[in-house]
Design a protein around this ligand. Structure first.
Ligand code: SF4
Length: 344
């Protein structure tokens, strides 16, 4: 891993790898249906890092799990399309799904301790994946397991180590090694560094970016920490209460966020790279998604909500702020209309 990682925001190849269109997921509970993901659409290009950010419970992880169809009841996909390299994931049978999940898309979860089997050595866990999905001979799986440990920066002497014998950072690297075992085109990373201290977090993020450049996979990165995502990803989607409310290149989200929720989210976390700043937080708490607020779901917490009641009554749609920047907010609509009138 000697190459210099690419910088976030550098243009990725424009080939669309994953296309999520109008995705809807609900949790069927006794109290009613929780609309956890509501008409969410986004694309991820080849070799791109696309980040999904938002508070806990906003639907970002549910959307990611729906993409690879690992949701379990009471969660159900109720609408929309997920296309991966032109294949409709919702139409795949069990056999196709099995191949899709490891060969084409792998997932790295937040807690490596939960993702790893405590009674199997790290080496055997890598070999298990190779044995289950390839025709490799025992000596080939052994060589590949060693290679994967090297790739993620774990000493190959650790091949026989059990998860509890590794540090938190090493365990997360081991999970990444397993995810990369079959050279997938995309890796979904669901809060992969949240459980780690800030120094190890920074180190692992740099290494993940190097690996992405070296092997050419795309990343769908899920986190509640927007400042981390700005540093790490090329493009960002912001989710609030099950909806995608803003999407733009990461530097544009950082320099000129348009949605009031994005503004607030940006000021809720200290940056792990930048200078100290005063944190503002977000007043109130996310809504109950069985009976979400009418109109804009953020209106009960938004200090900029329009006084004429539009925000309370009318659901804002995602509109183009610029060619690569979209936001769902009535205030932004108004600002764009004024801009149009004043620019000859
Ligand atoms: Fe705030 Fe209204 Fe924009 Fe919603 S639509 S974020 S309530 S200004």
């Amino acid at each position: 891993m000697s190459s210099t990682p690419s910088q976030p925001g550098q243009p990725a190849e424009s080939t669309t790898l994953l296309s999520v269109q109008d995705l809807q997921v609900e949790y069927r509970t006794r109290r009613g249906a929780v609309k956890a993901v509501d008409h969410v659409s986004f694309d991820v290009s080849k070799n791109e890092v696309f980040g999904l950010a938002g508070e806990s419970g906003c639907g970002k992880s549910t959307a990611a799990h729906a993409i690879i169809r690992i949701l379990k009841p009471p969660a159900y996909i109720t609408g929309g399309k997920v296309m991966f390299m032109g294949h409709d994931v919702r139409q795949m049978n069990d056999m196709e799904l099995r191949r899709f999940r490891w060969r084409h898309v792998a997932i790295v979860f937040q807690s490596a301790m939960n993702a790893l089997n405590p009674v199997l050595s790290v080496g055997n866990q890598i070999k298990d994946v190779l044995r289950a999905h390839t025709n490799m001979k025992p000596d080939e799986t052994h060589e590949r397991a060693l290679e994967l440990l090297r790739v993620v920066g774990i000493d190959t002497k650790r091949l026989g180590s059990y998860p509890h014998q590794l540090s938190g950072g090493m365990r997360q690297r081991a999970v990444i090694a397993i995810a990369l075992a079959l050279n997938p085109e995309m890796v979904i990373m669901d809060e992969p560094t949240t459980a780690l201290d800030v120094v190890v977090q920074k180190q692992i993020l740099q290494e993940i970016r190097q690996l992405k450049d070296e092997f050419g996979f795309s990343i769908l990165f899920i986190t509640h920490d927007l400042s981390l995502l700005v540093e790490f990803s090329d493009r960002i989607g912001i989710m609030y209460a099950g909806e995608l409310v803003e999407t733009a290149p990461s530097q544009e989200i950082f320099n000129s966020p348009r949605h009031p929720y994005t503004h607030r989210l940006m000021n809720s976390f200290p940056t792990i790279w930048g200078a100290r700043q005063e944190l503002l937080g977000i007043p109130g708490s996310p809504p109950d998604l069985i009976t979400p607020p009418s109109g804009c779901r953020f209106h009960p917490r938004c200090e900029l909500a329009l006084a004429d009641g539009t925000c309370k009554q009318v659901r804002p749609m995602l509109i183009d702020v610029s060619s690569k920047h979209r936001a769902a907010c009535h205030l932004v609509e108004q600002q764009l209309a004024v801009q149009k009138e004043t620019v000859p």
